[in-house]
Design a protein around this ligand. Structure first.
Ligand code: COA
Length: 249
C-alpha cells in the first residue's frame, strides 16, 4: 500500500496509476488529487509514456471524494487540488484508459467522462449522489453527461442520484465495454498496451482533434460547476448529509 493513496508503475509504455486506499474504498483525499495531477503532468512530458491506465486497488474503483475531508478541509477555491486534477485529466494530451470494478461513486464516475476509454466489470456499481449530499455535479458532468447519455437520462442520473449498473453505464455511453470481473484488469492492460503501439504522433493529433472544439467549453463549465460546488459544500444540508453518512452504522 502507498502512504499517499496513489501508486504508479510503468509497464512498457503505459503508466499505471492505481487508486490505493482500499480501507476507504479508494476515497480521494487532497493528497491523492495532488499526486495524480503531478503524475499526469509529468507523464504528459515523458516521451517514454504513450498511454495512462487508471484503476483501483482492492476490488473498487473509488467511493468518490473523502467525505471526512469535505467536512474538515473542504476545497475553498477553484485552485484546490481536486480542480487541478479534473483540469489535468480533461487536458491530458495522451490517451487515458480507466478500468472500473466495484464502486465508482461521485468523482469515481465523473472522471470517466473526460477520460478517453473506460472498461467496467460486470459487477461495477456507478452513482452520482451529489444531490443527496446537497451538492451539485462536478467534473464537467452537467455538460458531458447530457451529451453522452441524452438529456432525460442525464437528468435522471443527476437529480435522483441513484446507483446504476454496468449495463446502464454502457447504454449511457459512460463506458466502452463490459468485461468479466476476473479478466478486467488484464483486458484493460492489453488495450492500453495496444494503444501504446499505435503511431504516437498520430494518436496525439487525433486526440487533440477529438477534444479541440469542446475543451474550452468544458474547462469553462468545470470552473462554473466548481464555484457552485464549493458554495454548496458550506450548506447546512451538506453538513447534515455527510454527518448522517458517518452516523449510519
Ligand atoms: N469518504 C470517506 N470514507 C468513506 C467513503 C468516502 N467517500 N466511502 C467509504 N468510506 C469508508 C466508510 O466510512 C467505511 O469506513 P469504516 O470501515 O471506518 O466504517 C469504509 O470506507 C468502507 O465503506 P462502507 O460504507 O462500509 O462500504 P459499503 O460497501 O457498505 O458501501 C459505498 C460502499 C461506496 C456505497 C459507501 O461507502 C458510500 O456510499 N460511500 C460514500 C460515497 C460518497 O457519497 N462519495 C462522495 C460523492 S461526492
Amino acid at each position: 500500500m502507498s502512504t499517499i493513496g496513489i501508486r504508479s508503475v510503468v509497464v512498457g509504455s503505459v503508466l499505471e496509476l492505481v487508486l490505493d486506499r482500499p480501507e476507504r474504498k479508494n476515497a480521494f483525499t487532497s493528497a491523492m488529487y495532488s499526486k495524480l495531477t503531478e503524475e499526469l503532468n509529468q507523464a504528459a512530458q515523458r516521451k517514454e509514456i504513450a498511454t495512462v491506465l487508471i484503476h483501483g486497488e482492492g476490488g473498487n474503483f473509488s467511493s468518490g471524494n473523502d467525505l471526512k475531508d469535505f467536512l474538515e478541509t473542504p476545497p475553498s477555491g477553484t485552485d484546490a487540488p481536486v480542480f487541478h486534477f479534473l483540469t489535468a485529466i480533461a487536458t491530458f494530451p495522451k490517451p487515458i484508459v480507466c478500468a472500473v470494478e466495484g464502486f465508482a461513486v461521485g468523482i469515481g464516475t465523473t472522471m470517466l467522462l473526460p477520460a478517453d476509454i473506460a472498461y467496467a466489470a460486470d459487477t461495477a456499481r456507478f452513482q452520482l449522489p451529489f444531490i443527496n449530499l446537497g451538492l451539485v455535479p462536478e467534473g464537467g458532468s452537467s455538460l458531458l453527461l447530457p451529451r453522452l447519455a441524452g438529456s432525460k437520462a442525464a437528468h435522471e442520473m443527476l437529480l435522483f442520484g441513484e446507483p446504476f449498473d454496468a449495463h446502464a453505464a454502457l447504454q449511457y455511453g459512460l463506458i466502452n465495454q463490459i468485461v468479466e470481473q476476473s479478466k478486467l484488469l488484464e483486458f484493460a492492460r492489453q488495450r492500453a498496451q495496444l494503444l501504446a503501439t499505435k503511431p504516437r504522433a498520430a494518436v496525439l493529433e487525433a486526440k487533440a482533434l477529438l477534444k479541440k472544439s469542446s475543451e474550452p467549453e468544458l474547462l469553462n463549465h468545470m470552473r462554473v460547476e466548481g464555484e457552485a460546488f464549493i458554495k454548496r459544500l458550506r450548506s447546512p444540508e451538506t453538513t447534515a448529509a455527510i454527518q448522517g453518512f458517518f452516523a449510519r452504522k
